[in-house]
Design a binder for this molecule. Structure first.
Ligand code: ASP
Length: 436
């Protein structure tokens, strides 16, 4: 059994968190490959080292004094080192970095130092070798990961090592220049390594005990999702549930490596396992509910539309011309609607609708703002009759007016559009009626 074990920023925020990490690593011999984020927030009002580094970069750019920001980073790392009694001369690395700070320095290099320094401290504390991500994770010049080159380098490293700590979030271009991933990218590093090393499990340690069935700000103490499939997670994340960097799913999905989301502060609580396929049916009919507010529905009406060829294409072409991404296209016999993000169209909606009216020769176009979309997701709903009927009935009984409905062809996801004012009530009503 071999696991890739990734710890997020809050799990390495201070010496106390480092101790928890060590305890977790030592309690399971399968945890030999450790990825760390940069030291994150100790508490809500605290700063993440990566945010501070981005801020330093902005200060350098505008020639504003950055030293007090850098001092916060120094303090953070030196206090972890001293609290844990480590000997790594981090003061020297910090002094060197301070000396390198200038307007023209590479942003990627600068912001990657949060992960680098955190991993150096963690490696010594765990007694594991340190491996620099720039020597393993290889980017192509187009910014995509070069899996073959990364695997080649990893295989060479593995000839010498049977455990290590590696910083997440960055790698290097073929010429060795440091290149970072998008924010939250350490999740991706873990996933790439799990894929390349053929891990049995990718553990992602955070500050929540897995993924909840609904937003806890809306539903009081929602239940945890014990098992979720990659596809369900994709649907829920798209609709706003955020636990894992989206791009972290693809490398492990290919190899069917499960991801386990766990809580560094409460390992005993267990977490959520993300798998390709779940053979054990859960007692819950639905897996989760997620949603987003502020969509605009553009409803296009035309008599005998159903006999007309190309009308939807012409409307969509207008969206394309305005570079507007479309969320859904629910349709009727003589009408169809285009659902878009309100923020994206706020400055151009009337021009766009004017163009659509002409292109489609529409009888009428209505713009409906302030719409929320709520997705009810569940692999167990697939091909099971009566679920959508029950959903619409319970919403109706609770006086929630459904403005639109969309369902994927695999029947794993039912999306309802309601007015923003009904958003929270809709999530609660679905949860209360479907979760046992
Ligand atoms: N430290 C980086 C960030 O804050 C990457 C990560 O934490 O995954 O975005």
């Amino acid at each position: 059994m071999m696991k890739i074990t990734k710890f997020g920023g809050s799990s390495v925020a201070n010496a106390q968190q480092f101790r928890k990490v060590k305890h977790i690593i030592e309690s399971d011999p399968a945890r030999r490959f450790v990825v760390v984020s940069a030291s994150g927030r100790e508490h809500k009002k605290d700063n993440k080292v990566t945010d501070l580094l981005y801020l330093i970069e902005a200060h350098l750019k505008y020639s504003v004094d950055h030293l007090s920001l850098f001092h916060l980073i120094e303090e953070r790392f030196i206090s972890i080192k001293n609290d844990l009694g480590l000997s790594y001369p981090i003061e020297e690395d910090l002094a060197k970095l301070k000396g390198q700070l200038n307007k023209t320095m590479s942003t990627d290099y600068l912001v990657s130092r949060g992960e680098y320094l955190t991993a150096k401290l963690m490696a010594e504390y765990l007694g594991f070798p340190f491996v620099d991500a720039k020597d393993i994770i290889t980017f192509r010049y187009d910014g995509k990961i070069d899996f073959d080159a990364t695997k080649y380098r990893m295989d060479n490293t593995m000839k010498k090592l049977d455990r290590f700590v590696i910083p997440g979030f960055y790698g290097a271009l073929p010429d060795g220049t440091v290149r970072t991933m998008s924010r939250g990218g350490s999740d991706i590093t873990g996933s790439i390594l799990a894929d390349i090393l053929n891990a049995d499990m990718y553990e992602n340690w955070t500050d929540v005990s897995g993924i909840l069935m609904a937003d806890p700000r809306i539903v009081h103490h929602p239940k945890r999702i014990n098992t979720i499939t990659y596809s369900e997670l994709r649907e829920l994340s798209y609709m706003g549930a955020s636990v894992l960097h989206e791009e972290a799913i693809f490398p492990v999905k290919e190899k069917n490596i499960p991801i386990n989301i766990l809580n560094t502060n409460h390992p005993e609580e267990g977490g959520t396992i993300i798998v390709e396929k779940d053979d054990h049916p859960s007692e819950q009919m639905i897996t989760g509910i997620a949603g987003k507010k502020n969509f605009t529905v553009i409803a296009i009406y035309k008599n005998h539309m159903s006999d007309e060829v190309g009308i939807i294409r012409r409307a969509l072409e207008i969206c394309e011309n305005y570079r507007i991404s479309i969320e859904h296209i629910p349709s009727g016999i003589d009408s169809f609607s285009i659902v878009v993000n309100s923020e994206d169209v706020k400055d151009i909606i009337y021009d766009m609708v004017g163009d659509m009216k002409k292109a489609c020769n529409a009888d009428e176009i209505k713009i409906i703002d302030n719409i929320s979309l709520i997705a009810t997701v569940g692999r167990q709903m697939m091909y099971r009759p009566g679920i959508s009927g029950k959903l619409f009935a319970v919403l109706g009984k609770n006086n929630i007016n459904i403005r639109m409905i969309a369902q994927g062809t695999d029947e794993m996801n039912i999306i309802v559009g309601v007015e923003n004012k009904d958003y929270e009530k809709t999530v609660e009503t679905i949860y209360n009626n479907f979760v046992v």
